[in-house]
Design a protein around this ligand. Structure first.
Ligand SMILES: [Zn+2]
Ligand SMILES: [Zn+2]
Length: 354
């Protein structure tokens, strides 16, 4: 069945290292990820591909390290995660120009923390996406953990949030999900989760050193699960060549064969969402013509409150591990699962229609 015909790899997207404002080196971070059983990491240091030039892209133990960069415009807005490029775009470009440039270079670009609104401190202003006329981007971060943490911070809960960072992860921003559904009506925009980890070191009250969101904590949080056509290892357990493994990762991403989980409230590995037609099955990310007799199926490794949505509106809700729902109408279908009253899994959509 379709659920068994893919190889699932689990990783983290949007990481900063000591090449920009992160606190650890790429090998150190990869080691932590290996201890947490992650399969891949996608780094995006601010405006630099220097770690790639220094040869840090590739396998670090059992972790596949992919290196891109996070680009911003002259007003420090419109943060864009750019992968599969060999050099940085020219400095000073606006969002439309760098999004187009990444596309022309054959790269892969993701809009980062689009709806950031934090107003906690002047030292940490929000960096939202403002240029929505832009064309040619590939993905959107539907859940950014750092944004969520910072948005909810107040002077009263600051300490609580430092000691319990994972409890502040609740839901993606509704406005972003709505926008994402709208984009997917006309073309495929993959939704990914971003952890935006830095491992910031600060001095509390000016003298108590604390680390906000250490890497090892964030690797237990928002994960992006990809469904590949083949494993990243050969039958005799040798890792694929980096180029081949990287190609497979981006093939899954660009086809939307992925979902996002909040690992702090349950391991989402094994979740599947697909549609069955009369002769064919279609995994999440598929875009299919209207046809009679479609059945949407959800299988979850843990029970939760499952919602099947069409164009952003709930069409079925059920507690448990499965949903089977017949529908042939045109629309953008996706799944959300909640556990412990928090968002746990968000699938990429199956789109029925033109
Ligand atoms: Zn950013
Ligand atoms: Zn970032």
């Amino acid at each position: 069945m379709v659920a068994e015909s893919f190889h699932e790899v689990v990783g983290a997207i949007h990481l900063h290292s000591d090449f920009s404002d992160g606190s650890l080196s790429i090998p150190e971070i990869a080691q932590i990820a290996e201890n947490k059983n992650l399969d891949y990491l996608m780094f995006s240091d601010h405006n630099t591909l220097e770690p790639k030039r220094q040869g840090l892209e590739g396998w670090h133990g059992s972790v596949l390290v992919i290196i891109g960069c996070e680009i911003n415009d002259p007003d420090d807005r419109n943060h864009y995660l750019a992968f599969r490029i060999d050099r940085e775009p020219e400095k000073g470009l606006g969002a439309k120009a760098y999004v187009r440039w990444i596309r022309e270079m054959g790269g892969f670009g993701v809009i980062a923390h689009p709806a950031e609104k934090r107003a906690f401190s002047d030292a940490y202003p929000p960096y939202p996406w403002t240029d929505w006329d832009v064309e040619g981007f590939d993905g959107i971060e539907i859940w950014n953990q750092l944004s969520e943490w910072l948005e909810g911070v107040t002077l009263r809960n600051f300490l609580w949030r430092i000691w319990h960072p994972l409890r502040s992860i609740r839901f993606p921003v509704w406005e972003t999900l709505e926008r994402w559904d709208q984009f997917n009506r006309s073309r495929r925009i993959v939704g990914v989760g971003g952890i935006d980890v830095h491992g910031f070191h600060i001095k509390l009250f000016g003298f108590i050193p604390v680390e906000i969101y250490p890497y090892k904590v964030q690797f237990r949080s928002i994960r992006t699960h990809l469904l590949l056509h083949k494993p990243l290892y050969t039958a005799d357990r040798r890792p694929l060549l980096f180029e081949e493994a990287e190609k497979d990762i981006f093939e899954a991403l660009s086809h939307g064969r992925c979902f996002i989980s909040n690992a702090s409230i349950g391991n989402g590995k094994g979740f599947r969402f697909w549609a069955e037609g009369k002769h064919e099955t279609f995994i999440m990310g598929s875009r299919i013509p209207e046809q009679g007799g479609l059945v949407f199926r959800v299988r979850s490794p843990l029970s939760g409150l499952i919602r099947l949505l069409k164009d952003g509106r709930e069409i079925q809700r059920k507690k448990g591990n499965t949903i089977d729902h017949r529908s042939e109408k045109e629309g953008v279908y996706r799944v959300e699962i909640f556990r412990k009253r928090r968002g746990w899994i968000y699938s990429n959509p199956i789109v029925v229609g033109k």
